[in-house]
Design a protein around this ligand. Structure first.
Ligand SMILES: [Zn+2]
Length: 269
């Protein structure tokens, strides 16, 4: 599933390549991914010029001269810059541009392509609920956000309405780098532990972002991300020795999800 490193990378690539392009038409093979009818999407955004591409949480936000085009890949997928003579085998929606290039969007499972008026983001039912982008926060903002929270640490970090952009792939290394157990109660965290968590988030996400995201996602040009399985520190490494202390990594149940931890470096209490 794409998380901050992958979504940020896609948005940066799209901002670089798509800004200034004029939309000619949409071909929609999966109308259920839309929040309007296919002919309405064409009507609303035909001749629109792309002004910028950013992201909020797992949404890629294409701002055009005539409204927003909002893309969410759900469990994953590909957004590829192509032309009509070299289309990928699978796609659910294609945007044709006036310069003969096209954007092909495929979802592995189910995703969204939504139209939104330029002044309508605050009433979009899914985007309006998102917390701030995790990497947009400085340490002071992060501290102010987490301090009053109730409940357990992992549940907070994964709750997109409180903090947007961390998912199940990177969270194991983030908590390991911070030396914090996923079940720690937030109210019990010291200032030093919150500071370590902030640093763990930066150190857990930036190396992948710097390499265009994880290997299991393709970039806009069809190439795999450069963050490899061996770059993951403890996530998905059950029984491997902890790189800090040698204790075997454990896979534990935390609520409805699994977590990978070093029981020595990340004590529960
Ligand atoms: Zn350890």
């Amino acid at each position: 599933m794409p998380e901050t490193p992958e979504i940020t990378s896609r948005a940066m690539e799209m901002n670089k390549e798509l800004t200034g392009k004029t939309i000619l038409a949409f071909e929609v093979l999966q109308p259920k991914c839309l929040n309007v009818k296919p002919d309405e999407l064409n009507q609303f955004l035909a001749n629109a010029v792309i002004e910028s591409v950013t992201h909020h949480g797992k949404w890629i936000m294409v701002r055009t001269s005539r409204g927003w085009l909002l893309i969410n890949l759900g469990m994953g997928g590909e957004i590829l810059l192509v032309n009509r003579s070299q289309m990928p085998a699978k796609y659910r929606l294609v945007i044709d541009f006036s310069d003969q290039t096209s954007l092909s969007i495929n979802f592995w499972w189910f995703g969204y392509v939504h139209f939104c008026a330029l002044d309508g983001l605050s009433s979009h039912p899914m985007i309006a609920k998102l917390g701030p982008n995790v990497l947009d926060l400085n340490e002071e903002d992060f501290t102010n956000l987490i301090k009053p929270q109730k409940g357990k640490l992992k549940a907070f970090l994964l709750d997109q309405s409180r903090l947007a952009g961390i998912g199940n792939a990177y969270i194991h290394d983030i908590l390991f780098l911070a030396k914090l157990h996923p079940n720690r109660v937030i109210a019990s965290l010291t200032s030093a532990e919150i500071s370590a968590l902030y640093k763990g988030i930066q150190d857990g996400l930036h190396p992948s972002l710097a390499r265009g995201g994880a290997f299991y996602e393709l970039n806009l040009y069809g190439q795999k991300g450069g963050f490899m399985m061996e770059d993951i520190i403890i996530g998905y490494r059950e029984n491997s020795p902890c790189p800090q202390c040698g204790t075997p990594i454990q896979k534990i149940k935390t609520g409805s999800t699994s977590s990978f931890i070093c029981p020595t470096c990340q004590p529960e209490s």
